[in-house]
Design a protein around this ligand. Sequence first.
Ligand SMILES: Nc1ncnc2c1ncn2[C@@H]1O[C@H](COP(=O)(O)OP(=O)(O)OP(=O)(O)O)[C@@H](O)[C@H]1O
Ligand code: SF4
Ligand SMILES: [Mg+2]
Length: 328
Amino acid sequence: MSGPLLEVEGLKVHFPVGKTLWKPGATVRAVEDVSFTLEKGEVLGLVGESGSGKTTLGRSILRLVEPTGGVVRYDGQDVTAAGPAELRALRSKMQIIFQDPYASLNPRMSVRDILGEALMLHGVGSRADRGARITALLERVGLPGWAADRFPHEFSGGQRQRIGIARALSVGPGFIVADEPVSALDVSIQAQIVNLLSDLRRDLGLSLLFIGHDLSVIEYLCNRVLVLYLGRVMETAPVGPLYTRPRHPYTRALLDAAPVAAPGGQRERIVLTGDIPSPLAPPSGCVFRTRCPFAMPACAEAVPALREVAPGHSVACLRADEIDLASR
Ligand SMILES: Nc1ncnc2c1ncn2[C@@H]1O[C@H](COP(=O)(O)OP(=O)(O)OP(=O)(O)O)[C@@H](O)[C@H]1O
Ligand code: SF4
Ligand SMILES: [Mg+2]
């Protein structure tokens, strides 16, 4: 393969809502013109407040939600144009794990049946070697062999997440969307699951889109970060520069709000006030302008382009070159 494993270009997801026979309805602009690439073995963190479009973006890449526009390519293949048969084949290469694995694990099926079903659906291995594959998968995610004959309710939250990861791995994917996979777990368990994902990335060369709220987890696990606000990319950069020298006021505000951030010295912190505006009627121009302490009249006029300010570091802010967001 040459080029990135995953290419996302101008992706849009709009949801029509409220249309009745008597009124025209409106459009939720959940994802708006998102572009990025992901290399093999890379972990991209996706951050942004609740409602910023992270889940919708992750799901639309896999076509679990239909994109309204834009293109997704996996290993050069156009995912957005794939027909049903191609999409089924792609599903074994691109998988997802959820915040609440319990909701997606059939309570009446044993772990063996859950994993066996995934293997069978994707035609992985022969009937005869499925048992050995299931044992190997359980071992891979740190569960004992006897777990195969237990049911989802017999496991703790962390163990269930391991089952969810085993199911995603069963079909041999190259890319996994992990949608807040540790947010619902106790802090002590979170680290174990994050370490498991890190090991899988290293051992299997997996690429991950890791959606999360906890910036210290993102810093530990990810190579790069994409900051989303009202469905748009505000900033993207390798973890180091993003955390030490963010260039977008929204990124700075997220870091300032994180309990892990060291005190900002003399610098005044950016405190986000009010809620994220409705994606039914996003602000004109820069969508962050209604909460940005640096906004000026020009910010209302045009959507700022995502501009590269350093290698691999891009920012969508008209004033990125003049405002000083000195590091923590
Ligand atoms: N099926 C849908 N129909 C209409 N609106 C939707 C639909 N799915 C999501 N939305 C809206 O799209 C926006 C983005 O939602 P999304 O769930 O992607 O955000 P998120 O960043 O994952 O939030 P969270 O951190 O709370 O998980 C929200 O305003 C949400 O209400
Ligand atoms: S473009 Fe303007 S409103 Fe948007 S982040 Fe930059 S300074 Fe703030
Ligand atoms: Mg979400």
